[in-house]
Structures are given as C-alpha cells and as structure tokens.
Design a protein around this ligand. Structure first.
Ligand SMILES: [Zn+2]
Ligand SMILES: [Zn+2]
Length: 139
C-alpha cells in the first residue's frame, strides 16, 4: 500500500491500521463515490467487517479526509477529499456515476452575493440523466 495513504492518516492523527489503509485504497482506486457497503464489497471478506468499514469512513469524514456525497437515493457515499473539485453525472437507469470536471458557477455566486448578500464558500451539484451506454441500448 502506498505511503501517501499512510501519511494522510498520520496527518489526521489516525493510526495507520491495515483496515483504514484498505478502506482508503479502495476509495483511491475507484472513480466514483462509494457507500460503506460498496467499500466492504470491494474488500476481501476476511479483511474487514461492515461495521469497521462504516466507522472508518465516518472518522475520515469527521476529519474532512473524505467528502460525503448524498444522491437521490439518500445513501451516504464517500470520496477522497483531496481529489480535485468536480461534479457528478448520475445515470437514472444503471446508477453509474461519472465525474464532470467542469465547474462554472460564478453566475450563481454573483446572484447569491448581489441579490441575497450571501457569500458562497462551497457548493455541491449533481446531475441526473441517462448515460451514454444506456442511451445506446435504448435511445
Ligand atoms: Zn446508465
Ligand atoms: Zn463546482
């Protein structure tokens, strides 16, 4: 397992246990936010029980090491917070999640500031629709 994950844990005052390193490695190797159950599925069954995976993810979230992502099904999923800012494209048919790198929300930030005197410090935007694969199956 890579040293960056170990130092990420140490930086956040967490002991670099095998279990925590495994959970982080799964998040790092997967290009979409994952729930505790999905992380658990990707680990070898003897590696960890679901409750341990869940606790690890929540302690990472408490320390802002991972970012919670909540889609329309209400399930809490997580992705590494150090990843570059991006948005998600979620397919309503197959449930696939892709990253959208583009972010152009300055018109909304201006509107919030000018019309509401509100300073935007962060935002989360998810897009729902039909992915390319599903569109090819039934346009
Ligand atoms: Zn799809
Ligand atoms: Zn954005």
């Amino acid at each position: 397992l890579s040293d960056p994950l170990r130092s990420l844990l140490v930086r956040h005052d967490l002991r670099a246990t095998r279990g925590r390193l495994n959970v982080l490695a799964v998040l790092q190797s997967t290009a979409r936010p994952l729930s505790a159950a999905e992380v658990h599925e990707r680990l070898a069954p003897e590696r960890a029980d679901l409750a341990t995976v869940y606790r690890s993810l929540e302690s990472f979230a408490d320390r802002s090491m991972v970012r919670p992502v909540v889609l329309r099904d209400g399930v809490r999923r997580f992705e590494l917070a150090e990843r570059k800012h991006h948005h998600h494209l979620i397919c309503d048919r197959c449930g696939s999640v892709q990253d959208l790198a583009a972010c152009n929300v300055s018109p909304f930030e201006s509107m919030a500031r000018d019309e509401h005197g509100f300073q935007v410090t962060d935002h989360a935007i998810e897009f729902f629709g039909i992915c390319q694969g599903c569109r090819a199956l039934s346009p």
